[in-house]
Write a new protein. Structure first.
Length: 192
């Protein structure tokens, strides 16, 4: 085989292998919806209803601008307990979720979280924790087995700098028998 042909085929092999490597790298970066910049429509909802247990309200995170009166608040809203965090916290939360090892299913459909009162009727979360990440770019959904809830959720504390949001997230985990050393249950007496 002439040297020119050999060089041509070597180039094709290297290019093909490089192309496959690039595709694999893109897939390792995590779900694309979670890697998009966050905006005012971004939200994350955690919901798990163990069979036969009292109703567990979902926990929702929504970003607001620094200085917004909602920052560091966590009222009960139609979609669930809604903890407001900064945009940078939401971006960090999205990054940690993208690298959590969960099997994310993505859709370009932008979901509306809707009323938490309908969640118990829909059967969501009876066997697993439902995690939804909604944004202007689409929706990413994952499930967490009950045995993995504590292990998967604990590292997400690192994204939350807003004291009330961190407290709500730790309190939420306590509902599923996760250990939260040093948790102060009376820190926010307005939580009902």
């Amino acid at each position: 085989m002439p040297l020119k042909s050999l060089t041509y085929w070597a180039f094709i092999v290297v290019f093909t292998l490089s192309s496959g490597e690039m595709q694999a790298t893109q897939k390792r970066d995590g779900p694309s919806v979670l890697n998009c910049p966050v905006d005012k429509n971004t939200a994350v909802r955690f919901f798990y209803q163990p069979a036969g247990d009292y109703f567990h309200a979902p926990l929702v995170f929504r970003p607001v601008e620094e200085g917004d009166a909602l920052l560091n608040a966590a009222p009960m809203r139609e979609e669930g307990r809604t903890a407001y965090i900064s945009f940078s916290e939401m971006q960090d939360l999205a990054r940690l979720l993208a690298h959590s090892g969960l099997g994310w299913q993505e859709s370009e459909t932008v979901e509306v979280l809707g009323s938490y009162k309908k969640l118990g009727l829909s059967g969501i979360g009876l066997d697993t924790m439902d995690v939804r990440f909604v944004s202007s770019r689409g929706t990413a959904r994952a499930e967490i087995s009950p045995k993995a809830i504590c292990m998967i959720l604990k590292p997400l504390d690192a994204a939350l700098k807003t004291p009330r949001a961190l407290w709500e997230f730790q309190r939420f985990r306590l509902n599923y028998n996760c250990r939260v050393p040093g948790f102060k249950s009376d820190a926010y007496p307005d939580h009902q």
